[in-house]
Design a protein around this ligand. Sequence first.
Ligand SMILES: [Zn+2]
Length: 302
Amino acid sequence: MCKICPKQKKALAFLVAIGGAFVGFYMMFSMTMKPSVAQKPIVVVSTFALYDIARNIASDTVEIKTVVPLGSDPHAYSPTPSDIATFSKASIFFINGAGFEGWVENLKNTLPSQVVMVDMSEHVGLLDNDPHYWLSIDNMIEMTREIQRQFSTLSPKNRTVYEANAYRYIESLQKLKQQYEIGLKECKNRTLVTNHNAFGYLAYANNLKNISIIGLSSDEQPSAKKMVEISTLMQKEKISTIFFEELIDDNVAQTIAKSSGAHAKSLQPLENITQSEFDNNETYISIMGNNLVKLRSAMECH
Ligand SMILES: [Zn+2]
């Protein structure tokens, strides 16, 4: 006598299949019926300065996403398909503008209509179309006010939270501005020599002469003539330090430093931050504070 005869086997298999289908259906049904967790609106930003302001104003009311990978040069960034999917889910997409994101023109017309794109360069004071305007603390204050306005339109019930957060953030920016004014008031040398021309706003705000090896974009190559010119000038004006930007190759700065007897040191232009800066919870204020220490030492301020 068989333990399970062919007929019974068939019936059992049928029951198992029905049972499986039922369990699958139940799981699917229970997943779709779960009470939905209220989703926060998504805000996408393209630079670290915008990210730092947005996270300070939003508290936990908004999900803030960046697209440029930590530690990479944003001048060389172009969006991946998954970045484009992220842009499409955004309620607001803040861009730096002033030509900083060369890739944005092609993207603009492909985004769904719910994405509000804010070009921050339209809300700040620009110097000769230089896109590195976040290095002016006054511009950071204007940017904070615009982000507060945009968040209040997006989520009016949180208006008072944004107002209080913006007030606090602007207060800390004003304190930083004062530290720069005092810290760079009396210096032996007022010439700031940098690799790519990212620090024009900082120099202008603090009455420094700004010389850079290459132009507004970090991917240019300097001519040999330009390198000799800068090396000669540094020797003549007894400039002790040439700054290169973190995240960017320091070869050229090192070569000029060697030929002019100067030091090459890094300065953080806040275009992006590294993984370790992110892990150490560095902020716009803390990094600008570190930059001030380096500038004061290089220019012999007291
Ligand atoms: Zn730059």
